[in-house]
Each structure stands twice: as structure tokens, then as C-alpha cells.
Design a protein around this ligand. Sequence first.
Ligand SMILES: NC(=O)C1=CN([C@@H]2O[C@H](COP(=O)(O)OP(=O)(O)OC[C@H]3O[C@@H](n4cnc5c(N)ncnc54)[C@H](O)[C@@H]3O)[C@@H](O)[C@H]2O)C=CC1
Ligand SMILES: O=C(O)C1=NCCCC1
Length: 331
Amino acid sequence: MSIKGMSQGLLRWVSDDQVRRVLTWDLLLPAVRQVLQAFTLGPDHCDGAVQPLRSRIKVNQHNGILLTMPGMMAGSSMTVKILTAYPDNSAKGLPSHSSTILHMDPKTGLIEAILEGNAITEMRTAAASAVATLEIMSARDDQRRGKDLVVAVLGAGAQAYSHARVMAHILKTDKVVVWARRTEAADQFCQTLQAEGIPAMVAATVQEAVVDADVINCCTATSTPLLQAAWIKPMAHINSVGAPHPDHQELEEELIRNAIVYTDSYNSAKNESGDVIKSGAAVYAEIGEILLQRKPVLTDRITIFKSLGLAVEDTVAAQLVCELLKAEENQ
Ligand SMILES: NC(=O)C1=CN([C@@H]2O[C@H](COP(=O)(O)OP(=O)(O)OC[C@H]3O[C@@H](n4cnc5c(N)ncnc54)[C@H](O)[C@@H]3O)[C@@H](O)[C@H]2O)C=CC1
Ligand SMILES: O=C(O)C1=NCCCC1
């Protein structure tokens, strides 16, 4: 939909439904792979991305947080995402996260589009986990797909859904084991996945969900550690998406300290990840460094991708969505 801007001509307004309709994993994964590299290349490289640490305001009175996330891709596209996270909203029947993305033309600075940001946030975060998972599995020489591979998903919120979907897409697994705090939410999650042809089953405990898992996706809003080292197979890979705040943790300290830790951003990990800050765990590499072959992939232990979320992932996803919608209109 287009709306008349006050001073700058036609603006595009894009809903989450439109994003979900046009954005596919096959289009998004290569774009996110490229942006993870661009982020590591940094602002001084002609193909690099520019992104400061996001600003964060704690809304203590209402247990909320307001984040602003500006980013620019190599002078070709730029966005600012404004996002709130209010964990208590879920109990009120409201979404816990709410976001909007402003998409600007870097040549003129004019705002070209305003996008609802929830679908993009769900999909680009899962896409980054997928890129990390594939890279680490391929370095382990692990070509297993389908029935030999068990995927666990912890949580039953927006990130849990997108992670289950992308993992089923890339790994063709025959077994997705889900665990959520509320049994009804886990049952509903499982039924939705099954209706989409994803073979899912519910586990009664976190331990039961992860004990046989090769790839574990930690997607809860917990603030205290949920996942313990003793439950996990020695060569498992973990995507840790929750606890993106300095005072939150989702991984037992012993687990992260003894694992090989990858991240999307060193700067975010050291400033925003309670799992990294509180445990004192060393971060081995940015996934971008691995993709650029600046560092070898280490895989002789449990591996963890500690995801904090990059503004420039939103930038490339928003750019892609706008291009796809434009192409549709010109058909
Ligand atoms: N790394 C990244 O790029 C991103 C990280 N996030 C973070 O990922 C987490 C999940 O996000 P969404 O799925 O969007 O949230 P959501 O609100 O849709 O789902 C949260 C899930 O966590 C569960 N949960 C809450 N507290 C829990 C606890 N103490 N123990 C166990 N389960 C608990 C809820 O029941 C629900 O299933 C949040 O911490 C969010 O801030 C979200 C977006 C991007
Ligand atoms: O990158 C994001 O988007 C988010 N990261 C952590 C908090 C929720 C949103």
C-alpha cells in the first residue's frame, strides 16, 4: 500500500502479512549470509555494513524495553528499526515484541517505506541461526539430513516458530522436539508444525527435549539459565537467541564456558549478552569471520551461536521485501 508523505512523495507501507507472503527462506538465507560477512568487514570496507550498538531504554515502571537499531549496507540501503519488548504483554493477550522499520534511500535520505517489523525480526533471526548451523555442521563434515537428525526447539513464541520452520527447511529433519513452559502452548505449537508437514513432538521437560538433539534452538524469554551442559550431546550445536540483555541468561554458565562460542557481533556479545558477560565465557569468532574464512571453524566440542540480532539483517530483509513488492507491481 502507498500513502502520500507530507513532503516526500509516495511512501510504501508494508504489513507483516505482505512480508510473510513474499519473503522465502531461499531468498533470505543468502542475503543474511552476505550481511553477516558485511558486518564483520565493517564500515571502512567498500562492501561493509555500518551499525552502532543499539540504544536501549529500560522502561522500569512497566517491565519493558525500547530499542532503536539503525543500520546501513554499503551505501546501498539503510533502515532504522524501533522495537519494544514487554514480556508481561503475553499474559494480557498482547504481542511481547512490537517493531517498525523505516527504510530510507541512502542517495537522498528520504524515507521510502515503513514496514511492520515483526515478521522480518522473526525470519531474519531464524535465517542467521540457519546460516550459522549450516556452516558449523558442514565444518563437522556432518551431511546428515532427515531421519538421523534431531532438532529441539525451546519456547513456543514467535522465534520458536520461525526457528522450527527454518530448521525443518534446511535440515529436512524427521524429528523436531518442542518444549514450552505451558503445555497447551507446546501442544498448539506442535499441532501447527504438524499441519505444515513438519514432524513435531512435545517433550515434558527441557532435558527430555534436548537429550538426543543434534541442533538445539533456545528461543525463550527466560532471564535465568534454562539449558544445562549435562543434558547435551558432546557434538551438539546450540542456537541461543533469547537472553539478549546484560542481566538475562538462558545458558548454564558451565555450558557456555566450555563450549566454542560464535556470535553475530563481538560488540553486542560483550555489551548485551548476559550469558557471555556473567559467565566470563570467551567468544571465539563472529560468524562473519568464519564465512569470510578469516578463522577456521572449531567443532571439537559443543558449539553455540549466541545471537544478539543485527540491525543490518533488518536492512537487507526490508530491502529485499521492497524489491519483491515492486517487482510484483511491475508485472
Ligand atoms: N537474537 C535476536 O536477534 C532476537 C532475540 N529475541 C529474543 O528471543 C526471545 C524470544 O523472543 P520471541 O519468541 O519473540 O518472544 P515470545 O514472547 O513470542 O515468546 C517467548 C517464549 O518464551 C517463554 N518463556 C518466557 N519466560 C520463560 C521462562 N522463564 N522459562 C521458560 N520459557 C519462558 C514464553 O512462554 C514463550 O514461549 C526473547 O528473549 C527476545 O527478546 C527476539 C528477537 C530477535
Ligand atoms: O535484534 C532484534 O531485533 C532483537 N534483539 C534482541 C531483543 C529483541 C529484538
